[in-house]
Design a binder for this molecule. Sequence first.
Ligand code: FAD
Length: 388
Amino acid sequence: MRQPRIAIVGAGIGGLGLALALLRRGIVPQVYEQATQLGEIGAGISVSPNAVKALADLGLGEALRERADEPPRQRTCHFQTGATLIDIDRSDTVQRYGAPYYQMHRADLHGLLVERIRALAPEALSVGRTLTDLRQHHDRVELTFESGSPASADALIAADGWRSRVRSLVFGVPEPQFSGYVAWRGLVPMERLDDPTLASGSRVSIGPGRLFVHYPVRRGRLLNFVAFARTGRAEIESWSQRGSVSEVAQTLADFHQGVHAILAATPDGQCHKWGLFARAPLPQWTSGRVALLGDAAHPMMPWFGQGAASALEDAVVLARCIVAADDLQHTFARYQDARLARVTMVHNESLQGGERLAGARPDLMSPATVRNEDTLGLFSYDPVTTPI
Ligand code: FAD
């Protein structure tokens, strides 16, 4: 039987996850990425057990064990006193959810995906290819790029992120709304910090309208932080806009000393700022020969750390559907049926997450009232065995 010609637009974690899931099932896709070099931003990422199950299916279980950090506990703390409000023991994560919980540098996760794809089929990756337009025909989809020759495929999977060009061309979705929150991120070399306890475990300090998350990455050599604050002033939605540590310190002036020690140790140029924009869940992800995946399909808010996890789940489920069904219509129908309800639930929850965390009165936060990834049951999902 002829191999399906699958084009993937976008070489982020989602697009590369799908490419590797297909390659491991004997299908060589073609990935088109707008950047001239493959890479990810300097920031941390939580890789929850549901995502680790997807990555194990991609053959990356051992590599993750070697390169990622496994937090023994995750604490939610009072913003002023630093007192622990919720303490989650992560030591039994494998027994509870069937896979570990990791935190790591984004570039390391992205790099692992690139490395494996290059080892299997280097010709699958094309860079410097910005998709500008597409046309669907009864037997193919034609792709036009800003430069270089056009391409044709049996199916197009759009993994082109939260501002997806394909989504706006095919589904014409409305403009996103500023959520009322801004965020800052930074990476701090651990040797700049005096407190050795920072090298293990992960913490979120919550106060009214603001929160500060930090955890180690690169096996404890770097500390990743993200700060969030409610504001009336919209900021641009960009991962690369420079931020100022003194602005974060001022915004979190009444936070405990641990937060300020981390901010004071942040090197110049290592703080970035951006606005969080909310987008409603889409009622459908597929149309004809086109399907959406990852942030292009479900650009959720970051409160549950589930965006990339959901993209990796999509990747494994879609690859399974492509192999199992003998025509495109059934492939995409199965994919959407298998994924839409779960991800819409996570997406809707993510829209409320900011107010639940940063809007909370920290003194009232307790394990009985919290609504998080654990209590929502997100970690038990297995994209390898879920029915399709
Ligand atoms: P992207 O990573 O955005 O990749 C899209 C790719 O498409 C890019 O390489 C882009 O260059 C390319 N592209 C775009 N347009 C075109 C075009 N026209 N032609 C060709 N190429 C194109 N998720 C988690 O699971 N865990 C976390 O801990 C976590 N923390 C987060 C923290 C914050 C503060 C934020 C904002 C998000 C967080 N997320 C987290 C979400 C996660 O970052 C995203 O969901 C994930 O990166 C989405 O991957 P993607 O591949 O779908 O899209």
